[in-house]
Design a protein around this ligand. Sequence first.
Ligand code: ATP
Ligand code: MG
Ligand code: MG
Ligand code: MG
Length: 433
Amino acid sequence: MRLSRAFLPTLKETPAEATIASHRLMLRAGLVRQTSAGIYAWLPLGWRVLQKIEQIVREEQDRAGAQEILMPTIQSAELWRQSGRYDAYGPEMLRLRDRHDREMLFGPTNEEMVTDIFRGFAKSYRDLPRNLYHIQWKFRDEVRPRFGVMRGREFLMKDAYSFDLTKDGAQHSYRQMFLAYLRTFARMGLKAVPMRADTGPIGGNLSHEFIILAETGESQVFVSQDLLDMNALAGAPDYGADLAPAVDAWTSHYAATEEMHDPAAWEQVPEAKRVSARGIEVGHIFYFGTKYSATMGLSVQGPDGKPVVPEMGSYGIGVSRLVGATIEANHDEAGIKWPDAVAPFKAVVINLKQGDTACDALSERMYAAIPEALYDDRTERAGPKFADADLMGHPWQVVIGPRGAANGVVELKRRATGEKMEVSPEDALAKIQ
Ligand code: ATP
Ligand code: MG
Ligand code: MG
Ligand code: MG
């Protein structure tokens, strides 16, 4: 993309409403634009990041055996009456009426709808296990939407739902998602820590939240350093095998949110390894048994011909929240520092003397050779070009000036470290790939 023609609007001033770094930077770098309280339009830069995150989530869900579907945003109140949650959900639910005066709602989550879809098809134990997920906009009328997309009212969530014949089967599905989540966040360049959590209005008795440590996090968390030192990408799990040992390795260390904190158990963690910090919830998984299948009449014929009520779990990832959380974890005074895996562009080619034959030729050559490059071809001074590149946070900056163009070298800057090097165009390409 050529910057001279792109819709990548940046702001010089810091918007007054933004109190945390990620919100400030998302507005300043032109990732989103607020259209109502807690509701955002995604501009090209932000949209590219959102899609990258979505794609990593999708690949890891598929790898773990979940199947993608797409359910609508608008749901019927009738379904929620069947589960008993229509009245219980409270003012966070946006309720609507259609022209026939039918009660509808904008889905805050999809347990009811997916149970309804599944009960329409599943007849026998052979239809189990299954795990269905979608990546869809949700609406929750949060009392205090804030921190930009981190606590929006409309937000993008990946939510998966598992159906199993037995409790053991449901445990296995839960573990598949547990390990898939670790891989998902790690691939995005984030360290998300699984912590025992409260189940809240979803219900059930087994639940983990995945939390990124950050000063601006809304929850207080307690975690052992040993858990923070573990590597989620060491070896891909065999999702068909017994996953208990792999999950136990993660859950054997102390980690809890404030609601689940156990001071006596915390005392057992060596003092030097006790990390108490703030955290951002980016994912949450639940096993809730037959809570929805039983109340909504989902049952299949078991191997012995008797009816069985499937065991269920649900598994959420805050896809749009992750854009903010990634910036919270990767920024400096000058702007964003995108991890490679989710960067909107791999590199920006900065032409310091637009209109100069040698500079233009070398810049065009680099731009053509780098997949997913942005080309700063504006007739601007160097200062604003560097400032925008740092603000937008592209992992690599390829700087081309008259002296370099004459000598056949470019300056390569790594945004994450600030490291700069003079290299040949070929070496620059090799490093960026
Ligand atoms: P929170 O505690 O932050 O209110 P939650 O526990 O209500 O989140 P869940 O029902 O567990 O949220 O939903 C799954 C995921 O969706 C969360 O882990 C979070 O990443 C994301 N999410 C929830 N609410 C919002 C929101 N208002 N804006 C953006 N993402 C959200
Ligand atoms: Mg909430
Ligand atoms: Mg929560
Ligand atoms: Mg939650």
